[in-house]
Design a protein around this ligand. Structure first.
Ligand SMILES: Nc1ncnc2c1ncn2[C@@H]1O[C@H](COP(=O)(O)OP(=O)(O)OP(=O)(O)O)[C@@H](O)[C@H]1O
Ligand SMILES: [Mg+2]
Length: 236
């Protein structure tokens, strides 16, 4: 049914450069992010890493997917969790269906095996978002979510979590409290120092372990990205 060639994820709309061009300088940068995460904490092993940003479209999902790939390529059993229950993308990136996923596991008490999906990349599994729920923040702050994350970190060497932007909704803030580490991705082309500082303040309020900031140099998007419209107001 699916293409089984080695570069199956490089022809769709959301290509993974670490898979497509592993020797490129950009892929090397993603590997150095992996190394930096590894060395960022001496006392505590970092097993669950959350990627977020201050504002929309900073490159969170792109970074999370590529970093997850570098972990998988280094032999670590890795799971990439799409916890952006508002604008999820991982099912597109990995060409997976999305009828079941994180949201269904939380709401329907579905066994974890039902939502862990293998990818054609060795050592890399994905949990897609599942159908978009009306109350993402509530789902993500539930005991069930905490339990799921614990289960993931027991079964995998590395858990990478993609989330919505901090200044739009509370989802990432809530999750950063339970992740071992949080990485802030920022789009340097639209860089806004104040917003980055506001985002940092929210993470500190949640007692998040901020590992660092990734300066992403994204090409300008020509179409109007009306993100706050999609996210609406903070419902929690
Ligand atoms: N460094 C980059 N160079 C070129 N394009 C990029 C780069 N980083 C991200 N993009 C592109 O910009 C768009 C937004 O990136 P991405 O979806 O990763 O951002 P995001 O922060 O997850 O967005 P959202 O807030 O909607 O979840 C995507 O089309 C992605 O392919
Ligand atoms: Mg995203």
């Amino acid at each position: 049914m699916f293409r089984k060639d080695k570069h199956a994820y490089t022809s769709g709309p959301r290509q993974l450069i670490v898979e497509k061009e592993p020797k490129s300088p950009v892929s090397e940068q993603f590997r150095s992010i992996r190394t930096n995460i590894m060395y960022s904490s001496v006392d505590k092993e970092i097993k669950t890493v959350l990627f977020t940003s201050a504002t929309p479209s900073a490159g969170k999902s792109t970074t999370a997917a590529n970093v997850a790939l570098t972990y998988a390529q280094s032999g670590k059993r890795t799971v990439l969790v799409d916890a952006d229950l508002r604008r999820p993308t991982m099912h597109y990136t990995f060409e997976l269906t999305n009828q079941r996923g994180l949201s269904t596991a939380i709401v329907n008490d579905m066994p974890v095996e039902n939502i862990l999906r293998e990818t054609i990349i060795e050592n890399l599994d994905v949990v897609t978002s599942g159908p978009i729920p009306p109350n993402p923040a509530e789902l993500l702050s539930s005991k069930k979510m905490m339990h799921l994350l614990k289960t993931f970190s027991m079964h995998y060497d590395m858990v990478i979590i993609d989330t919505p932007p901090l200044l739009a909704v509370t989802d990432a803030q809530v999750l950063s409290r339970i992740a071992d580490g949080t990485v802030l991705v920022t789009d340097v082309t639209g860089n806004n120092r104040e917003r980055l500082q506001d985002a940092k303040a929210l993470l500190e309020k949640a007692d998040a372990n901020i590992l660092g900031v990734i300066m992403n140099n994204k090409k300008m998007n020509t179409k109007n990205d009306n993100y706050y419209y999609y996210y609406g107001s903070d419902e929690s």
